[in-house]
Ligand binder design. Structure first.
Ligand SMILES: Nc1ncnc2c1ncn2[C@@H]1O[C@H](COP(=O)(O)OP(=O)(O)OP(=O)(O)O)[C@@H](O)[C@H]1O
Length: 297
C-alpha cells in the first residue's frame, strides 16, 4: 500500500526514516521494541495473547503516534515501553540498553491526570523534583517557570478542583516535563477534553516539544490528532494478537498549529490514505461485537 513504510518483518528502516524527512540520529534508538509479544494470564481462562510479535522503533527526538481500533493493544504497547509490564517475548531497549524494571528515562501522561487534590498547582509540579531530592526552594522556582511556560502563571496557587479540565492538563504536562525526561509516553492524554481544548493542548505540546525535542510515543484513537501532531503514524491491527501493520511518515511542515494544519490539502490526503487502512481494522472490531449481539439475540 502506498505510504505504508514497514518491511516484511514490520521494522522501519533507515531509508524510511530518511524518506520521512527526519534527521537520523547517530546515537541509539530512543525506543526499540523488537518482536514484542504480550500475553495476559486471566484466572480460569486461556492465556490471552493481546499483542503478537511486533516491532516499533522510535528515534531520539521523533514524535510517533499509535492508532488502532479500541482494545487492540495500544496502551499495552505503551505500558511495555514504560516497564509497567514485561513482554512474554521479544526485547525492549531504551537508548540501546535492555529495559529492566521501570523506564527511568520516560515521563508519562495518561488520560486521567494524577494531580494531588490537596496540593496547589505549584506544589503539584514542584513535588516532581522534590521526590528526586531537590531542595524545595529550587524546585518551587523551576515549577513557577514551568507553570509560566504552560500558560498558568496566574494560577499557581489554585487547587486542582479550582482549575478547568484544560488547566489541570497543563499542570500535568508541566509536572511531566519539569523532570526533563528523554522520552514522553502519552496515553490518550487529551481524551477527556472538548475538541477545541484538545487542539489548543496539541499546539501547546508541539511548542514545548520543539524547544527540546524528546522522543514521543502518543496513543490516541483520534486519527486527525495523530496526523496533526506527529512525524509518523503507526497503525495497529484489531486484536487479539494485534501487531503494527502500517507506518506512515507525516511530511507536514513544522512548526504546526494543531488546529490549522487540518485545513492543509496534504493533511486531507494523508488522512484519506491512513484511514483507508485503519477503517478495515475498526470494522473488524465492531464486526466481532455485532456477531456477539446477533448470536445472543
Ligand atoms: N491486565 C489485563 N488482563 C487481561 N487482559 C488485559 C489486561 N490489560 C489489557 N488487556 C486486554 O488486552 C487488550 C488490549 O488492551 P489495551 O488497553 O492495550 O487496548 P487499547 O488499544 O489501548 O484500547 P482502547 O483504545 O480502548 O483504550 C484488550 O483486549 C484488553 O482487554
Amino acid at each position: 500500500m502506498a505510504g505504508q513504510l514497514i518491511d516484511a518483518a514490520g521494522k522501519p528502516t533507515p531509508a524510511e526514516t530518511a524518506q520521512a524527512g527526519r534527521p537520523i540520529s547517530d546515537g541509539p534508538l530512543a525506543v526499540a521494541l523488537d518482536d514484542i509479544a504480550i500475553s495476559f494470564a486471566v484466572k480460569g481462562r486461556p492465556v490471552f495473547n493481546a499483542v503478537a510479535p511486533t516491532s516499533l522503533h522510535v528515534n531520539e527526538g521523533e514524535f510517533v503516534a499509535i492508532v488502532g481500533p479500541t482494545g487492540c493493544g495500544k496502551s499495552t504497547l505503551l505500558n511495555a515501553t514504560a516497564g509497567l509490564l514485561a513482554p512474554a517475548g521479544g526485547t525492549v531497549s531504551i537508548f540501546g540498553e535492555p529495559l529492566v524494571g521501570l523506564n527511568a528515562r520516560a515521563g508519562y501522561l495518561f488520560q486521567q491526570d494524577a494531580l494531588m487534590p490537596w496540593k496547589t498547582a505549584l506544589d503539584n509540579v514542584a513535588i516532581a523534583l522534590e521526590i528526586g531530592g531537590m531542595r524545595r526552594g529550587e524546585a518551587v522556582a523551576q515549577a513557577q517557570d514551568w507553570l509560566k511556560r504552560v500558560g498558568l502563571a496566574r494560577f499557581t496557587e489554585r487547587y486542582p478542583h479550582e482549575l478547568s479540565g484544560g488547566q489541570r492538563k497543563r499542570v500535568a504536562l508541566a509536572q511531566m516535563l519539569i523532570r526533563q525526561p528523554k522520552i514522553l509516553l502519552m496515553d490518550e492524554p487529551f481524551g477527556p477534553l472538548d475538541a477545541q481544548t484538545r487542539q489548543i493542548m496539541g499546539t501547546l505540546l508541539l511548542r514545548l516539544w520543539a524547544q527540546d525535542r524528546k522522543a514521543v510515543l502518543f496513543v490516541t484513537h483520534d486519527l486527525e490528532e495523530a496526523i496533526a501532531l506527529s512525524d509518523r503514524v503507526v497503525i495497529m491491527s484489531a486484536g487479539p494478537e494485534a501487531r503494527i501493520i502500517g507506518d506512515y511518515p507525516i511530511d507536514l511542515a513544522r512548526p504546526r498549529d494543531a488546529a490549522e494544519i487540518r485545513l492543509d490539502p496534504r493533511f486531507h490526503a494523508l488522512h484519506r490514505m491512513i484511514w483507508n487502512q485503519l477503517k478495515a481494522e475498526v470494522a473488524k472490531t465492531y464486526g466481532d461485537d455485532m456477531d456477539g449481539v446477533e448470536a445472543t439475540s
